[in-house]
Design a protein around this ligand. Structure first.
Ligand code: AMP
Length: 361
């Protein structure tokens, strides 16, 4: 009770900063500014409570909420940040069209928080941080140009590989915004999804190299039944591209199964992967433009689990990271009654996925 009273008095002075949003459940406050969130965090610290932070860009789905549940199982308080970070989008990328669904995100979190309330021993979602650009970048909104000015955190060479090879500012933006979020929330633990494997490795490296006092926890990739990894961008796929989009997980699973059968060479493991995506693409190309969904393979990688450097042979004491990215191209010859997804099938959709190949004795 003492805790509730203290925090409530804290959040009264916070209420000015949450204009536009109310504390949507008795337990949860939506913060837009840093000082009130810091004040709240300090209250929690004094109470020996622990904070698990789940950074997100909103448009929440089960992948995000699984991390929230994991954080609630391991901490007394869960902080969820919702911020579409402009600096991780390149100049020609989809920042402007990235889905923003704050109201429904808040509702989803509210529902989960109610469930957590009735789960014995579980933490609760006590803070949602939904800042604007000026709050996150108080001096200067840094440019998305590669040589743009601004205060950045860079983690190289990791950030230049795989996703970074075609998205050169992406991980600079991720590392920069996560540093800010970690400084603002000072979480005991931070929660990231395995779905973005390179991000997990970069965050671990960042926490280690900058001596950030938090523990990095990774939650499993959540998938649709047919294997497609959940992603906020899937809303753009529409029925035709959605059906073909499973090619990425199938490609990776074929490579995984080659490894599990005992193969370790790059040619054998990635050969199994290539057979799947090439066959799918060939079949799509044979279809009429009104029926097909074409894609480009950006990369399929077999890499060292620590450095993400490409490897020729899997070191069985370490295992490896199998990962891939494809671009689903805009649909051709859209049909009037076709379910085309958000953006009418015109938005190219980048899908990424990965599987960890486990070490074996
Ligand atoms: P995002 O909002 O896309 O920046 O993602 C926020 C967090 O959710 C990141 O740590 C992601 O790795 C994680 N995430 C996104 N999709 C999934 C998924 N399908 N399964 C598990 N975690 C995910």
């Amino acid at each position: 009770m003492a805790f509730r009273a203290r925090v409530l008095s804290g959040s009264q002075c916070l209420s000015r900063s949450v204009r536009g949003y109310s504390a949507f459940a008795s337990n949860t406050t939506v913060f837009k500014d840093v000082p009130p969130l810091r004040a709240y965090r300090n209250e929690l610290l004094k109470q020996d409570r622990t904070v698990g932070l789940v950074p997100t860009m909103g448009a929440l789905h089960e992948g995000h909420t699984s991390l929230v549940r994991m954080a609630a199982a391991e901490n007394t308080d869960v902080f969820v940040s919702i911020y579409v970070n402009p600096t991780q989008f390149g100049v020609n990328e989809d920042f402007a069209s990235y889905p923003q669904t704050l109201e429904s995100d808040l509702k989803m979190l509210q529902t989960i928080d109610r469930e957590l309330a009735s789960t014995r021993g579980s933490g609760r979602i006590s803070a949602i941080f939904a800042p604007n650009g000026k709050t996150m970048y108080p001096t200067l909104l840094p440019s998305s140009e590669i040589d743009g000015q601004g205060s950045f955190v860079t983690i190289t060479p990791l950030a230049t590989l795989l996703e970074g090879a075609t998205r050169p500012v992406f991980f600079r933006g991720v590392a920069t915004v996560c540093t800010k979020l970690f400084n603002i929330c000072t979480p005991d633990r931070v929660y990231f999804g395995q779905k973005d494997v390179q991000q997990t490795i970069i965050i671990r490296r960042m926490v280690k190299d900058f001596h950030i006092g938090t523990e990095v926890r990774i939650g499993a990739t959540k998938r649709e039944e047919d294997g497609l990894a959940l992603s906020s961008r899937n809303v753009y796929l529409g029925a035709r591209r959605r059906a073909v989009g499973t090619v990425l997980s199938q490609t990776l699973m074929a490579a995984e199964s080659a490894y599990l059968k005992g193969h370790t060479s790059r040619s054998e493991v990635l050969g199994a992967a290539e057979a799947i995506w090439m066959d799918t693409l060939k079949r799509q190309k044979k279809l009429q433009p009104s029926q097909r969904a074409l894609f480009e393979v950006i990369y399929v990688s077999l890499a060292d689990p620590d450095t993400l450097e490409e490897i020729d042979v899997v070191d069985e004491t370490k295992g490896a990271v199998l990962s891939g990215a494809i671009k689903m191209l805009p649909i051709e010859d859209p049909q009037p009654r076709e379910e085309k997804g958000q953006g009418d099938g015109k938005v190219p959709v980048r899908l990424i996925d990965n599987i960890l190949l486990p070490p074996r004795a």
